[in-house]
Design a protein around this ligand. Structure first.
Ligand code: SF4
Ligand code: SF4
Length: 379
């Protein structure tokens, strides 16, 4: 069976696979995109299953695997998993908090064929960065590991997650990425899924801050032209049109959860009634082509007005289904980020709600004992 969006167009093939190796993480970022109900260590799929998934992904057309989490280095078999992805001829990108990943393991990962590392930074100010991460010493650890990544000749991207507490230091965060030797920096405004919804009023910047940061990034692009690529993920709540979430539902990528469930996007489980198939029981090709969750919002047939007749529907695919559900109660509605949505005014209302209460941190409570964290860091 070949999937086609429109007659005459080539079949849909995924290009990227997000491998969520574990939900365990020593950090507790208040904007973490992990689900509120985290999957436990005992439910995680094993090394051999990941190796099979990577081989099947390559057969399906996937070019790039993002080894992510939680903190992927919390898996004791992270080197074997990376080697399996490399053997499958996938470009391997490790998305790490840098906490829990030792220099020794990093060297072994380089040996196993790791192509690229992405390290998130919370702020250019050490005390603020550690407070946001909910982990003392995280800032120092990230700087040290970034240096080691560059020393080993692995390409480095810095992911600077932006919100009210650090948005006024965007320039300093980009300067920091340059100083760390990154080739690319992502200015990633918080997207309000998972834990970020819980902390929305604590994280939301003001419109003035967002506009100031946008001007600042333009100036930084000129200053650093040719030395670092600066990408920006804009904040939804201040936009007029939605983003094509995941490049369109079931069009370009797959997420495999720690327990082996395959999702069209990491928040898809928030939509009730969707049936997710697992790599424990199905091949990846079977899931991509036939699983109910991937078919649910693929293409444009599921749309209702105003999307169904909108000329932009092949560009943004109606935006994010999870956000449509969360804010309108209907996963088939237009993403309320769109100014044509009858719910658009709600975005402005929510963007105006702010409180200064302490963050509610993402926690993998089952594993977050001092002993477990020490084991993570010392391995
Ligand atoms: S807590 Fe932070 S570092 Fe850990 S997975 Fe979530 S966002 Fe990433
Ligand atoms: S109406 Fe729907 S398809 Fe048109 S721009 Fe808005 S979200 Fe996109």
């Amino acid at each position: 069976m070949q999937l086609q969006t429109t007659i005459g167009q080539p079949p849909l093939r995924p290009l990227g696979l997000l491998a969520e190796l574990t939900h365990r993480c020593p950090l507790g970022c208040p904007y973490c995109s992990n689900p509120i109900a985290l999957e436990s260590r005992g439910d995680e799929i094993d090394t051999a299953t990941w190796a099979r998934v990577f081989a099947e992904a390559a057969d399906l057309g996937v070019l790039q695997v993002h080894l992510s989490g939680g903190e992927p280095a919390a898996r004791r078999d992270i080197v074997e998993i990376t080697a399996a992805a490399h053997r499958a001829n996938l470009y391997t990108n490790l998305i790490t908090s840098a906490v829990g990943l030792t220099e020794k393991t990093l060297a072994a990962l380089a040996e196993a064929g790791l192509d690229h590392v992405q390290i998130s930074i919370q702020d250019s100010d050490a005390a603020s960065a550690d407070r946001i991460a909910g982990y003392e010493g995280a800032y120092t650890r990230k700087k040290a590991l970034a240096g080691e990544v560059v020393r080993l000749g692995i390409l480095l991207t810095v992911n600077a997650v932006i919100h009210r507490a650090n948005i006024d230091r965007v320039a300093a965060m980009v300067d920091q990425a340059v100083a760390l030797g990154a080739r690319r920096v992502e200015i990633a405004h918080v997207q309000y899924y998972g834990w970020a919804v819980v902390n929305r009023a604590k994280l939301m910047p003001t419109r003035e801050q967002v506009e100031r940061a946008a001007g600042c990034v333009e100036a930084l692009r000129k200053r650093y032209h040719g030395s670092i690529v600066i990408d920006v993920a804009l904040p939804d709540y201040f936009a007029r049109y939605p983003k094509p979430c995941m490049g369109g539902w079931g069009r370009r990528s797959l997420n495999v959860s720690p327990s082996g469930k395959v999702l069209p996007c990491h928040a898809a489980e928030t939509i009730p009634g969707l049936e997710f198939w697992s790599v424990r029981k199905h091949s990846l090709a079977d899931i991509w082509q036939s699983s109910p969750a991937f078919s649910a919002f693929r293409g444009t047939d599921w749309m209702k007005e105003p999307c169904a007749s909108c000329p932009r529907r092949f560009e943004d695919f109606g935006g994010c289904r999870c956000q449509a559900l969360a804010l309108t109660g209907d996963p088939r509605a237009a993403d309320p980020v769109c100014h044509l949505s009858s719910h658009h005014a709600l975005m402005a209302e929510l963007a105006d709600q702010r409180d200064g209460e302490p963050y509610i941190y993402q926690r993998q409570r089952a594993d977050r004992t001092a002993a477990a964290e020490n084991a993570l860091v010392e391995r």
